[in-house]
Design a protein around this ligand. Structure first.
Ligand code: ASP
Length: 353
């Protein structure tokens, strides 16, 4: 990934109070119309002119902008790797990080980064916008200013939010608990199974009890992904050949079964037999609910009892976004056996313990 680096001091002539890195990857946020009316990427060297309020934050900002901004529908593990590496390499010299990213797959990238950086002790705040920064009613300005404020917030010299988050429309959510739920209005993200870490109003109200305390881990970068996974989304009337086509995908090592309610699935013999054959062939089956709120509890209903018996692993209250990225990273870094043993246990606050 190629990128340019610009240094911006918003504090001059005063001394900056904090040093934040702003990583611009693409998405609606940074689009602006050029003189011929075509949408082109925003020139970040002009950010102080577009956002005069930045001066009130007294920051030294290092902007790292992808040379070719990506619509987030084109994001891949190579981009996750690039973002993780930029944060890792600049960790010691910055107090916090803001990542500007398209909203469509922001929850996947925020989840991936949360798993890639064990031992993280500084804020990594993802944000974006539903309307480009050049538009009069854009949400880009407020989202960026508050994300920068959160990324630089400290109490007694310690970062207030030492974790990977998404800040959007006045809410700070844990990145690996968030989901994009809205494509037209500004309230684009929701976290059905975990409270907001902060709400921004007249002041920013942090929910200290919900914010993670850093683990004793040494800070590290994990960046090997294995994409050999698939998703089997259940629906009433799903046919045997469809189920078997997904389970027998060439080279697949893990399949997320997107189940109903609290982890329920059909009890038909052919269905259970197909799942059992996949498990016997060494494939990891991970049960993630289609419900944005609540929790998989295999055995609560008759329709999930057999899943537990044959060895389907419960995803508890994990989001699909966190499940996909956690599986890919664990398979890439640790292989199938460790992934099978660990995937059902929390790694970065993404699921109930
Ligand atoms: N398609 C855009 C993207 O995700 C939408 C956005 O930025 O909100 O990159």
């Amino acid at each position: 990934m190629n990128y340019t680096r610009i240094q911006i001091d918003t504090a001059t002539p005063a001394k900056p109070r904090s040093k934040v890195m702003l990583i611009y990857t693409g998405g609606t946020f940074g689009m602006t119309y050029n003189e011929t009316g075509v949408l082109v990427p925003f020139d970040f060297s002009l950010i102080k002119e577009q956002l005069p309020a930045l001066r009130n934050l007294y920051l030294e900002i290092t902007v790292v902008a992808f040379t070719t901004p990506v619509d987030s529908s084109n994001i891949s593990p190579d981009h996750w790797k690039a973002i993780g590496q930029i944060i890792f390499e600049n960790y010691a010299s910055h107090d916090g990080f803001v990542v500007l990213h398209g909203t469509d797959t922001m929850a996947f990238t925020a989840s991936a980064i949360s798993f890639m950086l064990p031992g993280l002790r500084k804020p990594v705040i993802f944000t974006g916008a539903q309307l480009p920064i050049s538009q009069p009613r854009s949400d880009a300005r407020e989202n960026l200013i508050t994300a920068l404020e959160i990324a630089s917030a400290r109490i007694d010299g310690k970062p207030v939010v030492p974790e990977v988050c998404i800040y959007f429309d006045n809410q700070l959510l844990r990145g690996n608990r968030a989901k994009k739920v809205e494509s037209m209005h500004f309230d684009a993200f929701q976290s059905g199974n975990y409270p907001a870490l902060a709400r921004a109003g007249v002041k920013i109200d942090y929910n200290a009890a919900a914010i993670a305390q850093p683990l004793a881990h040494e800070f590290n970068l994990l960046a090997a992904f294995d994409g050999a996974i698939a998703i089997l989304k259940l629906f009433p009337g799903i046919q045997q050949h469809t189920v078997e086509a997904v389970l027998n995908c060439k080279g697949v090592k893990a399949v997320i079964i997107e189940t109903f309610g609290s982890g329920n699935a059909p009890t038909a013999d052919w269905f259970i037999t197909s799942l059992k054959a996949a498990i016997d062939a060494g494939i990891i089956l991970f049960n993630v609910s289609q419900c944005p709120g609540g929790m998989v509890e295999q055995g609560r209903y008759e329709t999930s009892k057999e899943l537990a018996t044959i060895g389907v692993i419960s995803g508890r209250d994990i989001t699909l976004e966190a499940a996909v990225t956690k599986l890919m990273l664990m398979l890439g870094e640790f292989g199938v056996e460790v992934t099978r043993a660990q995937i059902g246990k929390p790694m970065a606050g993404e699921m109930a313990g």
